[in-house]
Design a binder for this molecule. Structure first.
Ligand code: ANZ
Length: 876
């Protein structure tokens, strides 16, 4: 269509918006009472990692969803905060820097520029004045500041622990970055290795993180995944006496979720790393246990816990005494019991646990059934009615057998009885365990936030303290004791006034391969004289500036990429603030996002970590509420044409730049939103895109003549015909409702019906067309701005026009689901007014991407229309 020149139009309006800063969110403090009185609406995207590959269609989908909502909310009179920024620390950029020798900051800058150009080209209405970048020292100053708060509250600690070491990446990875024993990035093999690590005590918040889920307006599946990750198990701790060991000297404590099966415990297992392992091992068994323990050390928890894994283990030579029946049962070491869960020891009940059963069978240990169906005859395995073992059922209709005085009780009754008995004896108690582990929070890489601490020896610190006292100086901050390469040292926090602690320039970005980051090679930065009161430093090679300065070594670990994304939604509220992460006024006015949109792949980690930090900020009194994201929405994945996930290796990636060049951004936006329900997974098809493109062209031609001036159809001197008015007002109502409920695809079908009504109407009033453009504008903003202007609107941008009201007298309330078929096969459906006629129904069906692709190169032979039900296109 020669007249609808989307290239020229889109560029024109993008510059207009930019020059006029049309989408600037009003400041809280600076703007007058009028804006403060406006209700706020904060809509947030999960900010992107600016990779070298640029934007993909999934980003476009995500940002189109929020942009449409942001434009709608502005029109409704909200003061809208709709910001964007860059989650720019992290591995891919650093790996690229390693390869090319370029500074990661330079690489980041280029990638950000590409992303920004692409974002502008899709017409997203971000307030770019609030752009943030996690790698900017003005930003990470506050990431470090929050970390200091965690440190002060004892929520950050150092531990030498076995961690995932990836030889190829030369770094340690978090559990979450290891998938099936390979690194998530690059799929390299990983192994276990002990290293000095910073760890965050997220487990202290496990209960609150779990309880808080209840009130969140989040997809259920995501809430379930987080709950499972936190993994609260209700159970019982029981202490078993050890044969030949006095109970007050040592007892073996186990955690079980099935204390009702206690009479069926025929052996015990401790983890190879269990603190009692050496003590329980008899001299005859020492070599075997030692060999076994060595072998287990190289395995991951994941491998060890694998259900189907061949069970291995060795006998310690010792026995425990079952407190229920006094029987002596052997204690084994086996790696299917993890040191990091529960108490690192279990009572094994092979009759009722799959892993214990497999183990008992392999090592010839006894199997005693103690739970049975009530109606099943207590019988030998030979009897047809016996429960098949292992019998892992729970629930109703069960009772205890072979359990002395507990016989006949239900599992719940037995659990209560045994818990009471052990509580009275001081031998056990009801308790809960969590799957959640503390959060391994260091990386041995360059491109991350440095930790705002220094390491000092205890004697040096004591000397500095004494000097400060005699010289009447402020005292140094409180240090925390930690083991540093086998020696007790102090981790001394920098004072907040010394932040940000920036990254030094380095020669190369390769990991050192020793477990330390490239920072370990920057001696000038690393080894310093440090003034504890101010955080000032000079290289240790220089003379000590004053006696209260202390010899120190900086931390060479950096923070993981998650750090910056844990609190970024707060920085948008007040991004330039140099004195606080955000002002109290900004925090109060904008509060947390009203809607957060992003991929379901972040269901656990990012969303859990951010909730944790937010709760800490809440506890510090910095924030009035303790959940960051009260409403969350996941957009569905856009698949390749083949229905597979888009990926470079499959060669099925559609590039947004190409589509925009071909059809324009407005068409791309409409098309992405029309593909199906926003939360659904949907395959991309370039064919269906023609339908929405024609939809825009049709509107264009109805509104303008060949010269691009208002068309002869526009007639303000006559009232509109009723048929058109009915569709128009129904459209205003429905689009408003649908946007608010994130049902964009049905909003678009309604607008298509409206475009057909417009086409059929003999004449229309300009004011009516404008109403239509106003509701279409959030979806196709450039297109609508242009028509709005050409239809004689001189009062500036359509983006600032209020949302139109519908006239209830024209409303058609009754809707029905119309099914689209091609040759009798279901290809889609839409919610439409019951009064819809055949012509509109056909037009709507044809515009549907899945129908459109079926019509390609075919001729429609017959149309079967069953009003309010089906439109079937018979093609050949
Ligand atoms: C006896 C028993 C009998 C168990 C039975 C289960 C079924 P969740 O639900 O995951 O919390 N267990 C406890 N600590 C363990 C550890 N460190 N490593 C491996 N397994 C461990 O599972 C709790 C159950 O897992 C516990 O209850 C224990 O086995 C085992 F019919 O005790 B059970």
């Amino acid at each position: 269509c020669k007249e609808y020149d989307f290239r020229q139009i889109e560029t024109k309006w993008q510059s207009f918006w930019e020059q006029n800063r049309t989408f600037r969110a009003n400041e809280v403090a600076n703007d007058g009472a009028a804006d403060a009185a406006k209700p706020k609406y904060y809509v947030l995207d999960m900010f992107p990692y600016p990779s070298g590959a640029g934007l993909h269609l999934g980003h476009c989908e995500n940002y189109a969803i929020t942009d449409i909502l942001a434009r709608f909310k502005r029109a409704q009179g909200f003061n809208v905060l709709y910001p964007i920024g860059w989650d720019a620390f992290g591995l891919p950029t650093e790996n690229y820097a390693v390869k090319t020798g370029r500074h990661p900051a330079d690489v980041t800058r280029e990638n950000v520029a590409t992303f920004k150009r692409q974002l502008r080209s899709i017409g997203v209405s971000y307030d770019f004045d609030r752009e943030i970048n996690t790698t900017d020292p003005h930003y990470f100053k506050w990431t470090q500041w929050i970390w200091l708060k965690l440190f002060e509250r004892g929520l950050a600690y150092v531990e030498d622990k076995p961690v995932w070491w990836c030889p190829a990446l030369g770094t340690v990875l978090a559990n979450e970055e290891v998938i099936d024993g390979k690194s998530e990035v690059g799929s390299h093999p990983v192994e276990r290795r002990p290293l000095r690590q910073w760890v965050l005590r997220i487990t202290a918040y496990a209960d609150r993180l779990l309880a808080g889920l209840k009130d969140l307006d989040w997809p259920d599946s995501t809430k379930r995944m987080q709950a499972a990750w936190i993994g609260r198990s209700e159970g019982t701790e029981v202490e078993f006496d050890i044969e030949g060991v006095a109970p007050d000297e040592a007892r073996l404590k186990i955690f079980t979720t099935r204390v009702d099966t206690l009479y069926g415990a025929t052996y015990m297992v401790i983890a190879p790393e269990h603190p009692l392992a050496a003590r329980l091992t008899t001299p005859e068994q020492r070599d075997a246990v030692a060999a076994y323990t060595r072998a287990a050390a190289s395995k991951s928890d994941l491998e060890r816990a694998e259900l189907s894994k061949e069970k291995t283990g060795v006998f310690t030579g010792s026995y425990a005494i079952n407190p229920a029946n006094g029987k002596h049962v052997p204690i084994w070491v086996a790696d299917y019991v993890l040191a990091s869960y529960g108490t690192g020891a279990i009572m094994a009940v092979p009759a009722h646990d799959e892993r214990d059963y497999a183990f008992a069978k392999k090592f010839g240990l006894p199997v005693v059934q103690v739970i049975a169906r009530k109606n099943a005859i207590e019988a030998t395995a030979a009897d047809g009615d016996a429960d098949a073992l292992p019998f892992c059922e729970s629930g109703d209709g069960l009772h205890l057998i072979n359990s002395d005085d507990c016989n006949g009780l239900t599992p719940a009754e037995a659990t209560a009885a045994l818990q009471n008995r052990f509580a009275a004896e001081g031998r056990g108690k009801a308790t809960a365990q969590y799957k959640l582990r503390d959060w391994l929070f260091s990386r041995q890489r360059y491109w991350g936030e440095p930790f705002p601490i220094v390491w000092v020896s205890k004697t040096d610190y004591a000397a500095a303290l004494a000097t400060a006292k005699t010289a009447n100086l402020p005292l140094p901050p409180e240090p925390v004791t930690a083991t540093f390469d086998g020696e007790e040292r102090y981790a001394l926090p920098l004072p907040a006034s010394a932040l940000p602690l920036e990254l030094p320039k380095v020669q190369g970005y390769e990991p050192t391969g020793t477990g330390e980051s490239p920072l370990a090679a920057v001696t000038e930065w690393l080894e310093i004289w440090h003034e504890p009161q101010t955080g000032k430093s000079v290289p240790a090679s220089e003379p000590r500036p004053a006696p209260h300065w202390v010899r120190a070594r900086r931390e060479t670990n950096t923070m993981p990429q998650w750090a910056g994304s844990c609190w970024y939604y707060l920085r948008y509220l007040d991004p330039q603030n140099a004195d606080a992460l955000a002002s109290p006024e900004a925090l109060r006015y904008w509060s947390t996002p009203d809607l957060y949109v992003g991929g379901a792949e972040h269901a656990v980690l990012h969303l859990l970590y951010a909730r944790f930090w937010h709760k800490v900020l809440y506890d510090l009194g910095l924030f009035p509420t303790d959940e960051p994201f009260t409403r969350l929405f996941h957009q569905g994945l856009i698949l390749g044409e083949d229905g597979e996930k888009m990926s470079k290796s499959r060669g099925n990636v559609a590039n947004p730049d190409d589509i925009i060049a071909h059809y324009g951004a407005d068409t791309l936006r409409l098309y992405l939103m029309f593909l199906g329900p926003l939360e659904a997974m949907k395959p991309w098809s370039p064919r269906g895109i023609e339908g929405v493109y024609r939809f825009l062209q049709k509107i264009w031609r109805e509104c303008l003549d060949g010269e691009g001036r208002p068309s002869a159809k526009l007639n303000d001197s006559q009232p509109d015909n009723e048929a058109f008015l009915r569709v128009l007002h129904e459209t205003i109502r429905k689009v408003g409702d649908d946007i608010a409920a994130l049902r964009y695809n049905t909003a678009i079908s309604q607008m298509m019906i409206c475009a057909n009504a417009l086409q059929k109407a003999p004449h229309v009033r300009r004011a009516s067309i404008k109403l239509f453009l106003q509701v279409l504008a959030p979806f196709a903003p450039h297109f609508c701005e242009e028509l709005w202007e050409r239809l004689g609107e001189s009062s500036g941008s359509l983006a600032t026009a209020p949302w139109p009201a519908y006239d209830p007298q024209w409303l058609e309330r009754d809707e029905c689901k119309l099914v689209f078929q091609v040759n009798g096969k279901h290809r889609g459906d839409a919610l439409v007014p019951k009064s819809i006629g055949q012509e509109d129904a056909v037009a709507l069906a044809k515009a549907h991407p899945k129908v459109a692709s079926q019509l390609e190169g075919k001729t429609i032979r017959r149309i079967i229309f069953v009003p309010q039900k089906i439109i079937n296109l018979v093609v050949a």
